[in-house]
Design a protein around this ligand. Sequence first.
Ligand SMILES: [Zn+2]
Length: 329
Amino acid sequence: MKTILYAFTALLMMTCGSSKIEQTTTLGAKSRSTAIKKGEGPFTDAERVGKIMNYLASDELKGRDSGSEGIEMAAKYIENHFKPNGVKPYFETYRDTLSNFEKPSFNIVGIVEGSDPALKNEYIVIGAHYDHIGVVKAENGDDIANGANDNASGTSTVMEFARYFGTRKTNKRSLIFALFSAEEKGLLGSKHLAKKLKEQGLNLYTMLNFEMTGVPLQGKDYFMYITGYDMSNLAEVSNKYAKENLVGFLPTAKEFNLFQRSDNYPFDQEFGVPSHTFCTFDFTNFDHYHKVGDEADIMDFAHMAALVNKTIPVLEGIANAPTQEIQKK
Ligand SMILES: [Zn+2]
């Protein structure tokens, strides 16, 4: 997630008379399914998710800084996941070159066309950023910010959704799977793509983004939250298809305006359609935001797999409903 600055100004002024001090803080930030037939196991599992995570967040990729060799390796890895799983390039290739960043950087964009002759002309973007902040100040000899939770987790999640729909083709509306670059530079990849798709006249229904899904929420009666909770009925629609209280409201997400801090936001701005980020980072359940300790070995792969499996029927329900039921409030 893009860096969030927030001020303890008032508190600090009272306690030590300091002038404005800003602290950078942490954020960056199945098995029930209509699609998964009786007798079949869940679609994905901790092992599969872990394999993707262990690659994307490995030291070899050096923190996936936009324009670096490390993120190029991640880009190839995502392409090699899309191709055999029936996800076609959205443009001529999977690569969408950013027009707003100085180093060569690419979003990876694939499509699974809808099966319904009419509904396939309506599009849903399912996204996550795959870049991170690269090499940072060393702590205990480690200078690689691996970005496991931020955002190899969301990337793995979207890669598994892409594999599901690419191989099963159960979607009536068309699904665009977008892995964004340069989110950490200021949502640049998503800004670029949202603008381009708008200029090309894309008939976008909704944008669903995944960010920091690597560790579970604690002590909540819901599994994940969405940013911009009260801006649309997405939570209600999601819970209807999940048949459980899957998506809830996190007050601190609103307090810190996370709605504007991830790749859903440029789509909201360009298209004015419901655009939200799904997340399980709540400021208290993870201490390594934008630090070298954000490593794959502290991620909860079983949680991540559960998130994918629980969300598949939600995406399928939204993609197949006869009308566009997600509405802005
Ligand atoms: Zn981040």
